[in-house]
Design a binder for this molecule. Sequence first.
Ligand code: AMP
Ligand code: MG
Length: 348
Amino acid sequence: MKKTLYCKLTGGREDDEIFQKAAAVIQAGGLVAFPTETVYGLGADAFNARAAKEIYAAKGRPSDNPLIVHICRQEDLQKAASEVCEKAKLLTEAFWPGPLTVILPKNAAIPASTTGGLHTVAVRMPQHPAALSLIAASKTLIAAPSANTSGRPSTTNAMHVKEDLDGKIDMILDGGAVQIGLESTIVDLTEEIPVILRPGFITKEMLEAVVGPVRTDPALVKENEAPKAPGMKYRHYAPKAPLYLVSGTAEAVTEKINALCRQAKAEGKKTAVIADDGSCGRYAADVVVSAGSREDGRSIASGLYDILRGFDRDGADVIYSECFEDNELGQAIMNRLLKAAGHRVLQA
Ligand code: AMP
Ligand code: MG
């Protein structure tokens, strides 16, 4: 067991000392969890192969699942990638700092353990001031996946990070709750037409407005195809209890979920339901939570992982959820819910 140092950030000058301490940990090959605008990241020196391996060990992450290299200045992209194509320039200028990760050919200086043995590298410049300060103070690039135990929902506040990684990492920087709550959009720029490997806050339409046609990895919609982002093939974001998505008209969904809950209760199970602000009063489950307002994808995204983690604390035995495709973040939200549910969808 390690002693994990926990530091609360205030956003003021007094944080500088904390960033210096965290930077020293990174430079010594240690692991620091830090806030970004998407989810919390678990960072290590991107050029240190041994430190990258420590990340996999702390998370229990399969070693073929590459990390994202985080930078704090546009010009550092060249340190991670060997070639920066025109579309990469356009997209990073448009969306960085921000929730967009680009896949490019790897610079030889980045060790294979950071990229899961791939010849390509994932790079992002986050928008959170604490993330940028930590990278700048470390004077290196920071390889970071999400700061959660592999398979569990990503962490959106420092308490979540503590739950999963206390005693396994060197330091946690607490910057409060994150803004977006879903991982970055990943776009592969190694092909002529950019391919979305993971949907996120930056949508296909937003990308197309900058670089023209963009495709979506077919594996994101078809369960049996091998996804191009290695991480997307694992069951992920999942609470401990089985989760079922229920699809159909609002009325039919309510009726079906209530029938399923009655049946599960008769079997002695503790039932949980994910609804929206309008429908949450209509369910007779042991735990009913509202994901937010159906039209406002941002409200749903920001709280989704906290809701999924909450079911573990409540000890739910089975979870039923409404679907949330009808908003601008619907694709990203449904992608995470489908994976959390292991693609179990019941038609109402
Ligand atoms: P996480 O930071 O935990 O969200 O995980 C990083 C995600 O980026 C995983 O889904 C990886 O599979 C994906 N990723 C990282 N590097 C690459 C790459 N070179 N090619 C494709 N996907 C990548
Ligand atoms: Mg992750």
